[in-house]
Write a protein that binds this ligand. Structure first.
Ligand code: ZN
Ligand code: ZN
Length: 354
């Protein structure tokens, strides 16, 4: 029997290590949380995309986002992964496929000797006007997050949540509506959804959201007229919409607007107690992660016989897989946040929730 052609045991092709998922035959890590010689990065959120690797392979957009956040020297060398095209490293083929999470986000299919493992990174299934939609890839093993992996998490359509925001703006034309939204992805998605709903006034932003928003616009995503708050007189912003990092909604910064209405766009807003605890007057359940139903639908769709769960509510999802006759295990990967992914700009850090 030719040794080279023997099928891999899964853990020979990909295994969890303290630095992240590691592929021994290619000597690469996926989304490593420590500096490594060669990293493949699924998307630009700071818990997945870190500076200091020897080489990075990622989509063009993710590389650009990393350069914006960390500076051009964020890695020794970089290589663009084209969506759908495989890159061979050693005897392993890596293919980046859209994940529908934020601009440039990708799942990574790892394939060798007839075994295909898909590391999906963070993903969602709901339509998002700011990024390419998730494409299911049939595989032997599907690696999924479980940020919202409990039946209580069912995200309503985002358009309905944005309609609530616009209705509040209409009802309270004297008050500034301050929307907390993560600076990469969520903020721009809220802007795009506001435009789809027909809102045409300028949207105001906190400085921490500026760079990434400018990048989205340069990529041709229509966000309408965007203005920096710092260039405006806040007293004149009654009735306007201001988008800022979540932590800024609780700062002194937010109190200087006329009678502000505090909103927060997050999957966590499904939990009313959490909204109250954060002082959120207008919770908007808008998430860039799959909810419970979409996690289950995706697991069925990719037809994998085995599921590995990276982070989030792993236990509930692993249990469900068992009842569905699927092999499943939690990987207990450390270092990945939930939707409260650490913000790397403007000192706006929102700690992951317990
Ligand atoms: Zn993410
Ligand atoms: Zn994440």
């Amino acid at each position: 029997m030719a040794r080279q052609s023997a099928r891999w045991r899964p853990s020979e092709l990909l295994l969890p290590t303290p630095a992240g998922l590691y592929c021994p035959p290619a000597d690469i890590h996926i989304d490593p949380v420590r500096p490594v010689s060669r990293a493949l990065i699924t998307h630009g959120h700071s818990d997945h995309a870190r500076a200091g690797h020897g080489a990075v392979l990622a989509t063009r957009e993710t590389l650009a986002i990393m350069a914006l956040r960390y500076g051009e020297g964020f890695t020794g060398s970089q290589q663009v992964a084209l969506p759908g095209e495989s890159v061979r490293i050693g005897e392993v083929d890596f293919t980046f496929v859209p994940a529908g999470h934020v601009l440039g986000s990708a799942q990574i299919a790892v394939e060798s000797r007839g075994l295909r493992i898909v590391a999906s990174g963070d993903y969602k299934r709901e339509r998002d006007p700011t990024c390419a939609g998730f494409e299911p890839v049939p595989c032997d093993i599907f690696i999924t997050e479980a940020t919202f992996g409990l039946p209580v998490f069912r995200h309503p359509p985002a358009a309905g949540e944005v309609a609530k925001l616009l209705e509040s703006v209409r009802l309270f034309p004297e008050r500034t509506h301050i929307v907390g939204a993560y600076s990469l992805g969520k903020a721009q998605r809220v802007m795009a959804l506001i435009r789809e709903a027909g809102y045409e006034r300028p949207v105001y932003i906190h400085g921490a959201v500026e760079k990434i928003t400018g990048f989205y616009q340069a990529e041709g995503i229509p966000l309408g007229e965007i203005r920096l708050v710092s260039e405006s007189d806040r007293k004149t912003l009654g009735g306007e919409i201001v988008i800022c990092p979540p932590s800024a909604t609780q700062d002194l910064w937010a109190r200087r607007f006329p009678d502000p209405v505090t909103a927060f766009a997050s999957g966590w807003m499904r939990i009313r107690a959490r909204a109250r605890q954060k002082g959120v007057e207008l919770p908007l359940v808008i998430s860039d992660h799959a909810d419970w139903d979409d996690l289950l639908a995706t697991i069925r769709e990719v037809q994998a016989g085995e599921i590995w769960v990276t982070h989030g509510e792993a236990d509930a999802l692993v249990h469900w897989c068992g009842t569905a006759g699927l092999k499943a295990k939690p990987l207990h990967l450390v270092g990945y946040g939930d939707e409260g992914e650490a913000e790397s700009e403007g000192g706006a850090v929102d700690a992951p929730a317990a």
